[in-house]
Design a protein around this ligand. Structure first.
Ligand SMILES: C[S@@+](CC[C@H](N)C(=O)[O-])C[C@H]1O[C@@H](n2cnc3c(N)ncnc32)[C@H](O)[C@@H]1O
Length: 277
């Protein structure tokens, strides 16, 4: 009995907390999938050494720096260069031939974290001779990640894993040609950065801002509940040109969305779709 009462108090606190954040800062987490959101909120409570969600609410609402820390914890920024290498192989084989006939390419990376996948795409486009006509839009709600991406400086330690991914992804050169090492960091070439536009964009509360030939929104929708996924699918659909390409994460799907019939699958396993109506 005591257990049930405790759980329900925390549920009330959680919903007040999320409502408060939305009203105070405009970030809307109310329709995120509850299990992983709760785990992140508990992590934030531990980091802040607070024992209740109400205490966290008090701190976050009164202290914008605490809100930034909360945002950083709640935005799960796990990523890697050439993450899921087979995805990039499929992109080279099935999508690149379709892009060759396009005079200009706008590619949107929605929820790009610190831009590791954006640099992967910039490298792929350079190797396929498509970078001259491409512009990459790298967006996320978390500006800390975007600043990191803009600088193009990543931990040198990560390069070994990234090199293996790059090779498995069908990379055509030596991966180390794309960066110079300084102390314990890898600084990526300016030529990769010149076509990238970095911008804050929240998939829950912001609108479409252009029409794209390719949209990658990988490993973001898994954090949303069904109704929010539906809303974001609408945004992605409306932002994509006819015959445009949509790439989702390996655990994400178009099935059961109102847009399932509007796409044909180019690669079922790698979740690459083409908008046909
Ligand atoms: C797990 S990372 C995925 C990064 C990259 N797309 C990949 O597949 O490697 C999820 C990203 O989604 C972002 N995100 C979560 N909710 C968002 C929202 N409402 N609007 C924009 N980005 C969001 C997080 O900040 C985080 O950077």
């Amino acid at each position: 009995m005591a257990e049930i009462a405790k759980t329900s108090v925390e549920d009330i606190e959680l919903s007040l907390f999320l409502e408060g954040i939305f009203r105070r800062y405009g970030y809307d987490f109310r329709d995120y999938a509850p299990a992983s959101l709760q785990r992140r909120i508990r992590k934030c409570m531990r980091d802040e050494q607070l024992h209740t969600v109400s205490a966290l609410q008090d701190r976050v609402l009164h202290d914008p720096a605490a809100m930034q820390r909360f945002l950083h914890t709640v935005s799960i920024d796990v990523t890697a260069m050439f993450r899921d290498p087979t995805f990039y192989c499929a992109f080279r084989q099935r999508v690149v031939p379709l892009l060759r006939s396009q005079p200009s390419l706008r590619i949107w990376h929605a929820g790009c974290a610190a831009g590791e996948e954006v640099y992967s795409m910039a490298i792929l486009l350079q190797e396929e001779g498509l970078s001259e006509r491409s512009r990459l839009y790298a967006t996320d709600m978390n500006t800390l990640g975007l600043d990191k991406g803009k600088a193009g400086i990543f931990r040198l330690k990560a390069m070994q894993g990234y090199t293996e991914n790059y090779q498995k992804a069908g990379g055509k050169r030596s991966f180390s040609e794309y960066y110079s090492a300084r102390y314990d960091h890898a600084i990526f070439q300016d030529s990769l950065k010149q076509n990238i536009v970095w911008a804050e964009h929240n998939l829950v509360t912001d609108r479409s801002f252009n029409e794209f030939q390719v949209i990658l929104c990988r490993n973001v929708l898994i954090y949303f509940n069904q109704s929010l996924q539906k809303r974001v699918h609408k945004l992605l659909y409306e932002s994509l040109a006819l015959q445009g390409i949509l790439a989702l994460g390996s655990k994400e799907t178009l099935q059961f969305t109102p847009y399932a019939d509007c796409f044909e699958s180019l690669d079922d396993r790698e979740k690459i779709f083409r908008k046909v109506k």
